[in-house]
Design a protein around this ligand. Sequence first.
Ligand SMILES: [Zn+2]
Length: 544
Amino acid sequence: MSTIDGSANIWAITTCRVSTPEQKENHSLDNQAKSVLAAAEKLGAYIPPDGQWSGDASSKCGKNIHRKDIQEMLEYCKRHKRVKYLLVSSPDRFMRSIDEALHFEVEFRLIGVTVYYTDDPELNGANVATKLRKLMKYYEAEASNEERIRKGLETHKNALNEGRLPCCPKFGYKKTFTSGIHDVNDDCGVGALLGDILSRIASGVITPTEGMNEMNAGEYISNGKRKPFKMDKWKKIISDPYYAGYVVGSKQVKVVNPNGLHKPLITKEQHEKILEILRGRKSCHCAPRKNGNPHFPLSRIMLCEECHKAEIALGNTGRHDHSKFCGYTNNNGNGKYYDKYECRKCHKRISREYAHEAVREHIANFDLTEDGRKRIIRQLEVVWKDEERNRKMTIVQLKQRMTNLNKQKEGQVEALCRCSDDEIKHELEGAIKRTRETLKKTEDELNELENSNDAEKQGFMEFALDFVDNLAKRFFDLSLDDMRKCELLMFPSGFMVGADEKVRTPETSPFYRGRTTKKDLPNTEKSLMAEGGRFELPLQVSPD
Ligand SMILES: [Zn+2]
C-alpha cells in the first residue's frame, strides 16, 4: 500500500467501482487502484486498510441515495476526523447522476472531506471553468449510463422476441453454442426428470410437494449438484412458463413470447393446470378435471390391486382410496410424449396403450345374457333417474350460487362508489370483473342443465343398449360421462390391475357371463392372449 503510515495527519478513503463484466476483465479495478494510490502519495495522505471500498453495483441514477457503500463512507469519515479526502479515479466511477454527485460532494464537504478525482487532478480545482468541466463529466456519465441501459434493454427485448432467453439457463436446462437457446440438461437426467414430475403434477398424479421430494431424492440433487429445493423456490420452478415453451422478459422488458426456441418440457395446457393446482390447492391429493380427461378414461376406475388391498385394510374406501390409477402425459425431455397411467399410491406406471388394450380384451370376454338384456333396460332407468336427481340438485345449487354471486357483485359495486383511493378502486374493478365472469359461467352451466331434456334420455337409452351389446368394441368410443355410467353398471368395482399387470374385474354385473370360448376376437387380441393373458371369469353368472 502507500508508503505513508497511519501516523500521518491526513487520511484518505478510496472507492473503486466497475459496472460491467467487461470492465472487471479489463482489470479496471487494478487501474483505478493504481490511480488513487498515486494520488494519495502526492497528497501525502494515508489510506487506512478499512477505508477502501469497491464494488460492481452499477450506480444508476436515483439509486445512490441509499447506496450502502456511500452511507458507510460517510459514517467512516464522521468517526475518523483525520479523513480529508475521498479518492476516486473519475467522476463516472463515483456516480452516474449529476444531481446525486453534486449532492454527495456537498455531504462530504460538510464533514470536511473533499471528493478528489485522481485521473484528472484538474477537475479538483475551485474555479468556475473546472466546475463546469466536472459537471460535463457527470452529464456524460449519466447519459452513457442511460444509453447503456437502453441498449441493453433493446438487445434483451430483441432476443426475447426471437425466442431466446439471454441469461443463465433455467433449472433443468444447459447452455448451447447459441446464446440464449438452452437445451434440456441430461446431466443425471435432471431435465427429463423435471419434465416427468411436471407432467404428473399437472395431471394430479402427485402433489407439488411430492414432486419436490422426488426431485430432491433424484440423482442430480443427491449428487450435490444443487442444494435441495424448499417449497418457495420449488413453486417458482413448477410455475415457470419457460417449461411450457414461453420466454418471458422482466419488469423492464415486458415481452412474453410463447414460442421460445428451446424444447419445452410440458404443454401449455399442462402449465395452466399446474398454475390452477397451485392457486387452488387444498389438502386434496388428486386434482381430477371436473369432467375427467377423455384421453384417459380409465383414470380413477382402474385400480392397483395390491395397493387397493392395503387401502381397504386401512379403511380407506371410496374417494379416500388412493390406489386408483391416474392418466398423465410423460415427456422424456426430447420432445417425445408418452401416455401413461400411474398408481397414486405406489406410483407403478403402465402405458395407456397397454391398459386400454388389456381392458378391451378383458371386456371382449363377456356376453350379455338374454335375461340380462331385459334387466339392463330396467337398470338403465334407475341410472337415468339417478342422473335426473343429480341434475335437479345441481340446478338448485347453481341457482343459489347465482344469488350469492349477485349479492357479492352488488356489494363490490357499492364499495367502488364509496371508494376514493385509486389503487383500491382499481382492485375493486378487477374483483367486479372476476365476479361478472364467474356469474356468466354459472349462468351458462345452468342454462345447459335446464335445457337438457327427455331427448337426451332417449339418446342415453339407445346408446346404452347398443353399448351393452358391443361392449368391448364401443367402450373407448363413448363420451367420458357415458363411459362412467356404463362402467358403473357393468363393473361396479372398476378394473383391477394385478402385480402381473393383468387386468381383471373383481365384480361383474349379473347381466353378463364370461365367455368360455375365445371367439370373435380380432387377431391382435388373440396374439396378446397368446402372450399369457389371464382372464378372471365373473363370479356371478346367473341372472338372479
Ligand atoms: Zn399401486
